[in-house]
Design a protein around this ligand. Structure first.
Ligand code: C5P
Length: 248
């Protein structure tokens, strides 16, 4: 922030207040187990694994902050990292804003990471932090697409939908998290959108609406979002492979 005497810390905000209905019935998505450990705990560990991240703010379901605090206390987490839990809001955007509101003054760089991306490797986290520290205002990890993408006129479920256009695939990227930001830029983006009422499906999208530059760095295939039941199968397989590799 503006006081140069303050140390420059990096914090991670993890919105984890969603219900995850696309995953099927059951506990809120962030609390579903992966390899016997709640997805949220994996996501928190993934952020705390970076030596550059000294604070992790978890945004819990509005009525679940105590439960999430208890969950973090129950699981082993690095001692050098500080953890805060705050209640979330109705939308992801509101939840992120509530997480930003809880940041102490000495935080100058912020990562926003979905609890639903529990397996992002630490090298990806570090690459995002480094790009922010090097001066980028907003940094997004992303991968090229395997599928061709069509823009359609959305119709009723199951009905054929007219195709409007086919964007050039080589220019498209599928974006992941953690997304990294200069704190003041992200706070301004959230304040502006709270006034304008326009939303975005990711935080970098809000910064784009400010007219500020956003850059992409390479993402990682293990940073995929656990959204549907098949993603849980893939996540279990990735964890099993990591455990087998660690055993050697
Ligand atoms: O629903 P979706 O997969 O896009 O959610 C992305 C992330 O935002 C998840 O980690 C989810 O828990 C979080 N979220 C939130 N508050 C909401 C809705 C979603 O923190 N009200």
């Amino acid at each position: 922030m503006s006081d140069q005497s303050l140390p420059r810390r990096t914090a991670a905000v993890i919105p984890a207040a969603g219900r995850g209905v696309r995953l099927g019935p059951g506990a809120p998505k962030a609390l579903r187990a992966l390899g016997g450990t709640p997805m949220l705990v994996h996501a928190v560990r993934a952020m705390a694994a970076s030596r550059q991240v000294s604070l992790v703010v978890v945004v819990a379901p509005p009525d679940g902050a105590h439960g999430v605090r208890y969950l973090l206390d129950e699981h082993a987490l690095p001692e050098r990292t500080e953890f805060l839990v705050v209640p979330g809001g109705e939308t992801r955007q509101e939840s992120v804003k509530l997480g930003l509101d809880a940041l102490p003054a000495d935080v100058s760089a912020v990562l926003v990471h979905d609890a639903a991306r529990p397996l992002v490797p630490v090298d990806t986290v570090d690459a995002v932090v480094e790009a922010v520290r090097a001066g980028a205002l907003a940094v997004v990890p992303a991968l090229p697409l395997a599928d061709t993408v069509k823009e359609v006129e959305p119709g009723a479920p199951g009905e054929p939908e007219p195709v409007l256009s086919t964007p050039v695939r080589s220019r498209l990227r599928a974006v992941q998290t953690p997304q990294g930001f200069d704190r003041d830029t992200l706070v301004r983006a959230h304040e502006r959108v709270a006034v304008s009422g326009e939303g975005a499906t990711d935080d970098a999208g809000l910064v784009e609406q400010l007219g500020a530059p956003v850059v992409v760095v390479p993402g990682h295939e293990e940073a995929f979002k656990v959204t549907r039941p098949l993603d849980l199968v893939l996540a279990e397989a990735v964890l099993a492979r990591r455990r087998a590799n660690d055993a050697f």
